[in-house]
Ligand binder design. Structure first.
Ligand code: NAD
Length: 428
């Protein structure tokens, strides 16, 4: 095996819960509260398609390497399936299945006409050259040509994939179609059919959902403090937009560690620092804290925007925040739900809180199909309207069932998807 490729698989979700099981625990609870018909339950709990492919690539040193790739379509009841592709050394079928189901519920809650999907390639992009990444992406795409398509299944970026990867997917698909098909992926660069506002969309959605929750609680944003875990796309934009609304950001962190400043962190300065230095390390914008300490720090709002399983049965009892807004996918393990609920902490679940990204991805797909592109205020106004509607629908459902926003979100999604499934009927 060559030096610049991944060697040993990293331990799979070390110490964490299996993400598919974590998702299923919530789904099962919601399905039972909703009294979902057993047949429909059996239909919705499993993905409709799971594909595993081998991706042979001749590496820069001339050696042949084979990577494993996945695409899971959880459902395509509301429309073509939609979901990102992640490149990571420890990605596996279970993780992709969980993420695909989350996409189904997320799209249903956001009222966009998509089912849920997700994809992944087991590789370590930090050890791959651009040319190797491009070969992996093109071969992955060509192996899934029958699956992908603007009317069938539409990928997007996820962990370690970006605009460039989307451009390669779009080009590979288009070469086989003998015409440019921009609508086959979202998250593309603006010049080849991307949407204005997409980069900020998830963080903007987090900000909108946070303000909606504060309004329900009767708390003014200017009187609140917030800690944000993860300072990448979602975390940094959430922090920036929340601070613009008057929320005092008292703690931020990334994989290198965090900082706490009770007088408030200058988010713009932190973003500039990361842009110039690659991470928050050495920024000294407050007192140094660990990521674990950030989660438990004194703040009103906590935005976990880094990765899965950060809030667990072990640390849930020590969390001081009164509102958790899940920027990341799956940051709260199912085992922590009970403690958070008992403590009266409001949790805006990932499938609602971070849906701004897929909503603007939907706008991108619409614009590609129209061939007409909107201004940024248009995008942001439509996003604000759709996020607020989604929040309200979930909130009402949670009230109706006297349950948490998380289970309310699942119930709302199950209701919508199962009703459409009944209307369409089962072919066969
Ligand atoms: P990103 O790669 O831009 O940023 C991730 C950030 O988390 C980085 O600052 C990184 O240093 C930090 N981080 C990584 N491991 C950490 C750890 N162990 N402790 C603390 N910080 C750590 O990624 P992103 O696009 O901001 O995505 C973050 C999360 O949001 C992921 O769960 C992703 O699936 C989810 N999400 C992203 C989008 C989107 O549009 N980008 C949409 C929906 C959900």
């Amino acid at each position: 095996m060559s030096e610049n490729t991944y060697k040993e698989p990293a331990p799979y979700h070390k110490g964490a819960e299996n993400p598919f099981e974590s998702m299923m625990i919530r789904f099962d609870k919601a399905a039972s509260m909703y009294k979902l018909d057993e047949g429909l339950y059996n239909y919705l709990k499993q993905p409709v398609k799971q594909v595993i492919i081998s991706i042979p690539v001749v590496m820069d040193n001339g050696k042949l390497e084979v990577f494993e790739g996945y695409r899971v379509i959880h459902d395509n009841i509301l429309g073509p399936s939609k979901g990102g592709i992640r490149y990571a050394p420890d990605v596996d079928l279970d993780e992709v299945k969980a993420l695909a189901s989350w996409m189904s519920w997320k799209c249903a809650i956001a009222s966009i006409p998509f089912g849920g999907a997700k994809g992944g390639v087991r590789c370590d992009p930090s050890k791959l050259s651009m040319s190797e990444l491009e070969k992996i992406t093109r071969r992955y795409t060509s192996s899934l040509l029958e699956i992908f398509g603007p009317d069938t299944d539409i990928p997007a970026p996820d962990m370690n994939t970006n605009e460039q990867v989307m451009a390669w997917i779009m080009d590979t698909y288009s070469m086989h179609e003998r015409k440019t098909v921009t609508g086959v992926v979202t998250g593309k660069p603006l010049v080849i059919g991307g949407s204005r506002g997409r980069t900020e969309a998830t963080g903007r959605g987090v900000m909108i959902a946070t303000l909606a929750a504060l309004e329900k609680k009767g708390v003014k944003p200017e009187l609140t403090t917030c800690a944000v875990q993860g300072f990448g796309n979602v975390g940094s934009i959430s922090a920036k937009l929340l601070s613009e609304k008057g929320v005092k950001i008292v703690a931020i962190s990334d994989v290198t560690g965090g900082y706490y400043n009770k007088n408030g962190i200058d988010v713009g300065k932190a973003i500039d620092y990361v842009r110039n230095n690659g991470s928050l390390k050495g920024s000294n914008i407050g007192t140094s804290i660990t990521n674990e300490e950030l989660l438990e720090c004194d703040c009103y709002i906590l935005v976990p925007a880094a990765k899965e399983d950060q809030i667990t049965e072990e640390n849930a009892s020590r969390i001081k925040a009164r509102l958790i807004v899940e920027g990341a996918n799956g940051p709260t393990a199912a085992s922590a739900d009970k403690t958070l609920e008992e403590k009266g902490i409001m949790v805006i679940p990932d499938i609602l809180a971070n849906s701004g990204g897929v909503i603007v991805s939907y706008f991108e797909w619409v614009q590609d199909r129209l061939g007409y592109f909107w201004d940024e205020p248009d995008v942001n106004n439509r996003l604000t309207r759709m996020m607020n509607e989604a929040f309200e629908n979930v909130y009402k459902t949670a009230m109706e069932y006297a349950t948490s926003l998380r289970l309310g979100a699942y119930i709302y999604a199950i209701d919508k998807v199962s009703k459409v499934l009944k209307l369409r009927g089962i072919y066969g």
